[in-house]
Write a protein that binds this ligand. Structure first.
Ligand SMILES: [Zn+2]
Length: 299
């Protein structure tokens, strides 16, 4: 841990409703990460307004939104068999948190949402534990802004890639161990990292950051996934904890200090259990790096 004097807390969207008893840690880990990041002085938590039906229907078909909001309908395609009111309310708050984090990023340069981007959700349906695509939602709600998603989850952002076909201000760059069949072309780039090949992953990061430097988007959303970690049950790329910390520092320092492009980050995936010992510290470290970067950016 860095001394508190070398960090500056990052305004971070979080609500106590970001919790549901999901089979995987995806929504169980969120309050633990938020609490520890705040207690360490890395984050100042800010309560978001839930996303509205009208917001969500900008990007998803009406019948799908209705299925999730009501809990009726083809839940096998949209809520993966574990729909509950808490799950629905959490998903709405998280999507509102993505909109709040975008606003805070534009004001502060760096912001966060203790949540997922829900990058597998596509216009007509959800997928891979993702309901409403909070990355596409930001782009849809801010057509005045070019939004660049740097997705470093273990899994390619196939849903976000679909949305690049219809949202002209959205660009997606996935660096992943499994592509999930993500569409590539137009404004979607997908780079697959071979198992354990950290130098190759670093090359892809450099490629993405060069592209950001060239395009100068108005906002970057960084999916700081921890499921590439070597011990994660879903990892194929098998990255070390040290590499993931260097990845976070490279992305954040380049955006904040070199390019001065506003960004916010989300936790994205990470599934190790017991999560308190193995997973939560990885995500909290991302906050530590963000708070250190913000300190450097403000001094
Ligand atoms: Zn993932």
């Amino acid at each position: 841990m860095k001394p508190a004097s070398e960090t500056h807390p990052v305004r971070t969207a979080f609500s106590a409703s970001y919790y549901a008893k999901t089979p995987q840690p995806s929504m169980r880990k969120l309050p633990l990460v938020a609490q520890q990041a705040a207690d360490a002085g890395f984050a100042t938590l800010v309560e978001p307004q839930p996303a509205s039906r009208a917001d969500l229907e900008r990007i998803h078909r009406h019948s799908y939104v209705e299925s999730i909001l009501s809990g009726n309908g083809p839940l096998s395609e949209c809520a993966f068999g574990f729909w509950s009111e808490a799950y629905r309310d959490g998903v709405l708050a998280i999507n509102g948190g993505n909109l709040l984090a975008a606003r805070m990023a534009l004001e502060d340069g760096i912001a966060a949402n203790v949540a997922q981007g829900f990058h597998h959700a596509a216009p007509r349906n959800g997928g891979g534990f993702c309901t409403f695509n909070g990355l596409a939602l930001v782009a849809a709600m801010r057509p005045d802004l070019n939004v660049f998603v740097l997705d470093c989850d273990e899994h390619g952002g196939d849903g976000t890639a679909q949305f690049t076909k219809t949202l002209p201000n959205l660009f997606n760059f996935s660096i992943c161990g499994s592509t999930m069949g993500a569409y590539e072309g137009g404004r979607s780039i997908v780079r697959k990292v071979p198992a354990g090949d950290e130098p190759q992953a670093r090359c892809y990061l450099d490629e993405a950051l060069s592209l950001i430097s060239e395009k100068r988007p108005g906002l970057v959303i960084y999916q700081a996934g921890m499921d590439p970690h070597i011990d994660d049950p879903l990892s194929r790329s098998k990255m070390s904890a040290d590499f993931l910390a260097r990845r976070d520092a490279l992305v954040m320092e380049t955006l904040a200090l070199e390019l001065a492009i506003p960004f916010f980050f989300v936790l994205a995936g990470g599934y190790q259990e017991p999560m308190e010992q193995k997973l939560v510290p990885l995500h909290v470290r991302t906050f530590e790096i963000a708070a250190k970067t913000k300190h450097l950016a403000t001094t």
